[in-house]
Design a binder for this molecule. Structure first.
Ligand code: IPE
Ligand code: IPE
Ligand code: MG
Length: 251
C-alpha cells in the first residue's frame, strides 16, 4: 500500500472472487493453468496486506462447485496447484500468524489433498492473526443445504427444537460459522455477478467490481477497493438520518 496508511474504516472481513486467470493467460498465448499459477502472487499480497493492516478475516474464492464442470485437464492442474501452494506457503503463513481454513465440500477432493489440508489447518489452528478461508469446491447453495441438513439431523435426534432455529443458529452451521459476515466483496475479472459465492453471508456486503484480471491485482487496486469501502454509508435498512455520526452495525 502506497503510504502505509489504509483508508478508514477498514472492513473486518474481506471476501474476494479471484476471477480472470484464464483470460490473463490467453492474452499471453499461455495455457490457462499458467494464469492460475500467476494468481498465487496476488494471493500472497492480499494475505500480507490484510495481516499488516489488521483485517480480521479474508475469504478467497479459489474453486467453485460449478468449476468441476471445466475440462478434466484444467481441474487436475488446479488441484495440483492447491496442493503445491499449501506445501510451499504453509511456513510463511505460520510465520505471519495466519489461521488457515479451507471451506467447501472437501469430501469431493482427493484423499491426498484432504489430508494435506487437515495437516495445514492443524498447524495454524493455534495462531492468532488473520483468519484466512480458502473456498475450494465451494458453492453458496451447497453451503446452505449442508447447514440445513446439519440442523435437520439435530432436530430429528431430538437435540434441537425446531423453534430454536433462528438466523444466528443457522449462520453458525454454515462454513463461515461465527466469523463476522464479509463487509466487502471484491471481484476481479470484469464480471459483475456473485457466481454462487457466500450467498447467505454476503447479505450486506459492499460490492467492489474491477476490470483487472486476478493475476494483475496489486496493492494499488486493493487500496482502491478499501477506499471505495471507506466511502460507503452502511445503512443496514435504516435511514441515513438514523445513523448519526457513528454508523451502527446490524442490531
Ligand atoms: C478464476 O479464473 C479461477 C477459477 C475459477 C478457478 P478463471 O479460470 O475463471 O479465468 P477466466 O474467467 O476464464 O478468465
Ligand atoms: C467464480 O469464477 C469462481 C472463482 C473465482 C473460483 P467463475 O469464472 O467460475 O465464474 P463464472 O462462471 O464466470 O460466473
Ligand atoms: Mg472466470
Amino acid at each position: 500500500m502506497s503510504d502505509n496508511v489504509a483508508p478508514a474504516p477498514l472492513p473486518r472481513h474481506i471476501a474476494i472472487t479471484m476471477d480472470g486467470n484464464g483470460r490473463w493467460a490467453a492474452a499471453r498465448g499461455l495455457a490457462r493453468s499458467a494464469g492460475h499459477k500467476a494468481g498465487l502472487e496476488p494471493v500472497r499480497l492480499c494475505v500480507r496486506e490484510c495481516s499488516r493492516l489488521g483485517v480480521e478475516a479474508l475469504t478467497l474464492f479459489a474453486f467453485s462447485s460449478e468449476n468441476w464442470s471445466r475440462p478434466a485437464e484444467e481441474v487436475a492442474s488446479l488441484m495440483g496447484l492447491f496442493f503445491e501452494a499449501i506445501e510451499r506457503e504453509i511456513s510463511d503463513l505460520e510465520r505471519q500468524g495466519v489461521v488457515l481454513r479451507i471451506i467447501g465440500h472437501r469430501q469431493a477432493l482427493s484423499v491426498r489433498l484432504q489430508a494435506q489440508i487437515a495437516a495445514a489447518e492443524a498447524r495454524t489452528a493455534g495462531n492468532t492473526g488473520l483468519k484466512l478461508q480458502v473456498a475450494v469446491s465451494y458453492g453458496g447453495r451447497w453451503d446452505i443445504v449442508q447447514a440445513a441438513r446439519t440442523l435437520a439431523a439435530q432436530c430429528v435426534s431430538g437435540a434441537l427444537p425446531v423453534a430454536a432455529i433462528d438466523e444466528t443458529r443457522f449462520a453458525a452451521a454454515l462454513e463461515l460459522g461465527t466469523l463476522p459476515d464479509p463487509d466487502l466483496l471484491i471481484r476481479t475479472g470484469a464480471e459483475r455477478r456473485i457466481s454462487n459465492f457466500l450467498l447467505w453471508n454476503l447479505a450486506y456486503a459492499e460490492l467492489y467490481f474491477c476490470d483487472r484480471l486476478w493475476p494483475d491485482f496489486d496493492a494499488a487496486e486493493l487500496e482502491r477497493a478499501l477506499a471505495f469501502f471507506a466511502g460507503r454509508e452502511r445503512r443496514f435498512g435504516h435511514t441515513g438520518g438514523q445513523l448519526g455520526a457513528a454508523p451502527k452495525a446490524v442490531p
